[in-house]
Write a protein that binds this ligand. Structure first.
Ligand SMILES: NC(=O)c1ccc[n+]([C@@H]2O[C@H](COP(=O)([O-])OP(=O)(O)OC[C@H]3O[C@@H](n4cnc5c(N)ncnc54)[C@H](OP(=O)(O)O)[C@@H]3O)[C@@H](O)[C@H]2O)c1
Length: 331
């Protein structure tokens, strides 16, 4: 497995991470046995980074990971956990809590559900606009001192918040959406991370399946999940976005690769400090994703990809208007 390093203090991680969110219903029903087999296969193939959130299935995802890690050495894996999002019993998001007292409470439950006494990277899933980032990060820093957390990460915050947080405690990585069709971080956020020595764990590299090469108009009819609400999957935008995928497919075919592999290889090629966190839910998807590590994109390939999908080519925003409005990274 190729390795990369996150953050100035040097956290070594596999060049691809596995995001487990889709194993807890966010993209429709998931098969428990196949989810666990996928986590096992990832670890067996050398993936060391598993990403989760305490609100993924309201605890379901952490319990699933605990089950998958039974009998495995704890130090074989780096657990990246997001906290702070609040849900009601109907699974709706009802707010965000980044208060120091809440940090300690969320962490206590995550440690218990995961069956571990430390979390490798702990991060607020979003910026709580009512709590200074210094307070939230300061509370996690206390948990680092107490030995419950190893490193602090952030998620979907902008350059200013990164600077303020880094002044309190070293930030190991920023988790943020980055893909061929979501390149917003290139203007300010990515240069700031580079300046401050903060790594990037990139999610949505396949734009939640849209640019995986496996999405089609027919699949939309069944989708009762996040994607039904996502602007880029809406009928008025889907046509254009799938045309971009077809342009990418022609490039992939010429390289005997798949569309997903080209999309992942492109992100991998954007910088050594970037670790794509791939949302494979099945072993076949994982195998396909791992194939991207063997792909080299030449200058000519990159030019062809850039021509096929120029920046801002996608129709529709990456979240709906309500969610876009709460993203510190979009300010
Ligand atoms: N910090 C944040 O705000 C945030 C937000 C979202 C996610 N994340 C994290 O990032 C991880 C990845 O995000 P994501 O799931 O949205 O992104 P993704 O990797 O762009 O999309 C994953 C989806 O793509 C489809 N797919 C098709 N072929 C695939 C292949 N070969 N490998 C993997 N997936 C394939 C699958 O959907 P089908 O099975 O339906 O085809 C899968 O559920 C999540 O699991 C989560 O840990 C973080």
């Amino acid at each position: 497995m190729k390795m990369r390093t996150l953050g100035r203090n040097g956290l070594d991680v596999s060049a691809l991470g596995l995001g487990c969110m889709g194993m807890s219903g966010v993209y429709g029903a998931a098969d428990r046995g196949e989810s666990i087999a996928t986590i096992h296969a990832a670890l067996d193939r050398g993936i060391t980074l598993l990403d989760t959130g305490d609100f993924y299935g309201s605890g379901h995802n952490e319990l699933l990971i605990r089950e998958a890690l039974q009998g495995r050495p704890r130090d074989q894996v780096l657990l990246s956990v997001k906290f702070g999002a609040l849900r009601d019993p109907e699974n709706r998001f009802i707010g965000f809590d980044g208060r120091p007292v809440a940090v300690r409470n969320f962490l206590t439950y995550s440690l218990r559900r995961l069956g571990t006494d430390y979390i490798d990277i702990y991060r607020p899933a979003r910026l709580d606009p009512t709590v200074p980032i210094e307070d939230t990060v300061g509370a996690i820093a206390d948990m680092v001192k107490a030995g419950h957390v190893r490193s602090i990460g952030l998620s979907e915050v902008g350059a200013e918040t990164l600077r303020r947080a880094q002044a309190v405690h070293p930030i190991v990585d920023l988790q943020i959406e980055y893909s061929l069709i979501s390149r917003g971080i290139e203007a300010k956020i990515l240069p700031t991370c580079r300046e401050l020595g903060i790594g990037i764990t990139a999610y949505g590299v396949l734009s939640r399946g849209l640019i995986s090469g496996h999405w089609s108009r027919d699949r939309m009819a069944d989708a009762q999940d996040f994607r039904r609400m996502s602007p880029r999957f809406r009928p008025e935008n889907l046509e254009r976005n799938l045309a971009l995928v077809e342009a990418l497919r022609r490039i992939a075919e010429a390289k005997s690769a798949s569309v997903a592999q080209i999309a992942i290889a492109w992100v991998l090629g954007r910088g050594e400090e970037i670790v794509p966190v791939i949302g494979a839910r099945r072993r076949d998807q994982l195998t396909e994703a791992l194939g991207a590590l063997d792909l080299t994109l030449s200058a000519a390939d990159l030019a062809a990809i850039e021509h096929a999908i120029p920046p801002n080519a996608a129709a529709g925003t990456r979240y709906d208007a309500h969610q876009m409005a709460v993203l510190d990274s979009e300010r």
